[in-house]
Ligand binder design. Structure first.
Ligand code: 3VV
Length: 218
């Protein structure tokens, strides 16, 4: 599992953000519109054709596989295909994880608004999506020292259904022991906890430390 170095100037990085962020935002709108539309069949057929044309245009030049986890010389993370935070991934809500310091009581948090695309129980967030969001925030909190850490175990306690709409995740790292970090998190809606998570995150043997994380993920 190798990270990819992208030789980009800050200007080139910002240019790419400016190009791709609106594309992904437009696709997220499309996902929501497809779920909620009530237009007639002819309009749906015509939309299907238009979407196929757009897909063909974008496929004219493609990389062979997944995007990878890239970073620039300045230490900017470009996990743009990531399922939770990916700037170029419309499946990602996207979540922006705000990282503080490893000594803060809440080491990382994220505010996000989940719409119709994340539904499980009627009007509520899918349990797998709850787990997905926790996995990312806990993983980033555990990796904040600069040593990337991956999920060894993850336990979720679903206390009550989480309604679709705005929610917050707060993560803590109560114990660090060499390559192992115990991480905990809470999901909050209007200040009330709907789910709790605990996981052991492990940095694989021989992993090279990256630039210590601070600020926001992307
Ligand atoms: C310059 C800036 C650049 C920025 C670029 C961006 C970088 C972003 C980087 C970072 C962000 C991170 C974002 C997180 C993403 C979300 C999280 C995920 O989705 S992660 C995917 C799902 N998880 C996996 O796929 C793991 C698969 N498993 C493995 O790879 C290995 O099993 C691994 C690493 C977990 C352990 O492998 P070993 O070979 O290191 O393990 P051994 O040396 O045998 O054990 C070490 C200690 O850990 C315990 N251990 C091992 N596996 C365990 C497990 N599964 N559960 C509990 N304990 C375990 C062992 O008992 C041992 O403990 P004792 O030292 O004896 O006390």
């Amino acid at each position: 599992m190798e990270f990819t170095y992208e030789d980009l100037t800050a200007d080139e990085y910002h240019h790419r953000v400016a190009v791709y962020q609106p594309l992904t935002a437009a696709l997220r709108e499309l996902l929501d519109a497809v779920i909620r539309t009530e237009v007639d069949d002819a309009t749906v057929h015509s939309a299907t054709e238009t979407i196929s044309e757009v897909t063909a245009a974008l496929r004219a030049q493609q990389i062979p596989g997944a995007y990878g986890v890239r970073h620039t010389a300045e230490g900017r993370g470009m996990a743009w295909g990531n399922a939770v935070i990916g700037l170029r991934n419309a499946i990602a809500p996207p979540l922006t994880v705000v990282r503080g310091s490893v000594t803060d009581p809440v080491v990382a948090h994220a505010d996000v608004e989940l719409g119709a695309a994340y539904e499980g129980p009627p009007g509520h967030v899918h349990g797998g999506v709850v787990s997905l969001l926790f996995d990312q925030v806990l993983g980033e909190a555990a990796s904040m020292t600069g040593l990337p850490s991956y999920t060894g175990t993850l336990t979720i306690r679903y206390l009550r259904p989480t309604p679709l709409g705005p929610l917050r995740i707060e993560a803590f790292t109560p114990e660090r022991d060499g390559r192992k970090t115990l991480a905990r998190a809470a999901m909050l809606v209007d200040g009330a906890v709907t789910a709790e998570a605990e996981g052991l995150f492990i940095s694989p043997r021989g992993m090279t430390p990256l630039h210590p994380f601070a600020g926001e993920s992307r």
